[in-house]
Design a protein around this ligand. Structure first.
Ligand SMILES: [Zn+2]
Length: 215
């Protein structure tokens, strides 16, 4: 999807700015903020290394959760590590693709998978996701302890719900530590992952900022 369309899609949704407060942000406000922020960034830009090889020979797979900042958590800067992200920090086919490329062509030899407490993928199930999507493609809401599709009085969306979600592996999970260790095992045993890669798993504590090594 072109960036402009993607931004419009994002802008049409409510943007959560705190746990209890929501505001509507117009598409122009978001687009303008990105363009203005980038002008500011570029004005101070001093260039990056010509090489895309991570200085620390490190790749991190972590969750897309907007509260997680792997650069801050691990005191990294641009050029130090590859960062691969998806919902739940799961070892999906695409995560494996990125990690294999990371080692084969960019020489990373340490891979860290960083899960986190309060992960949304822990509160979801494969059936729930596909059921909600079958009914309605727009954002669900968490109310009375469960995810539901709200009753909408109006919508800009013109597409109906779809059963396509029944054919997607969403990689939800129940037991976090077991899931993390199983994912590490999948990587270690993968035919395209060499045996000398160091693979570590952590759970980041949203409340304390601590990383806990899972063994
Ligand atoms: Zn998460």
């Amino acid at each position: 999807m072109p960036l402009s369309r993607c931004l419009v899609t994002i802008a049409q949704k409510q943007i959560k700015i705190s746990e209890y407060k929501f505001v509507e942000i117009s598409e122009n406000a978001i687009l303008n903020k990105i363009i203005e922020s980038n002008k500011n960034y570029a004005s101070k830009f001093s260039g990056l290394s010509d090489s895309g090889k991570p200085n620390m020979r490190l790749a991190i797979l972590t969750c897309m959760d907007c509260r997680i900042n792997p650069y801050s958590i691990c005191d990294l800067t641009e050029g130090d590590a590859h960062i691969v992200r998806n919902a739940g920090a799961r070892v999906t086919e695409d995560a494996i693709r990125s990690l294999v490329i990371s080692h084969k062509f960019m020489e990373t030899t340490t891979w860290c998978i960083i899960h986190h407490t309060q992960c949304g993928m822990h509160a979801l199930s494969e059936h729930l996701i596909s059921d909600l999507l079958k009914d309605d493609l727009e954002s669900a809401e968490f109310a009375d302890g469960e995810w539901k599709n709200p009753i909408r009085k109006s919508s800009k969306n013109t597409k109906p719900g779809s059963t396509y979600g029944e054919h997607v592996h969403w990689f939800t999970f129940e037991e976090q530590e077991e899931t993390l260790l199983a994912d590490i095992s999948v990587l270690r045993n993968h035919p395209l992952v060499p045996s000398h890669i160091d693979i570590f798993g952590f759970i980041f504590d949203i409340d304390t900022g601590n990383l806990r090594l899972i063994e």
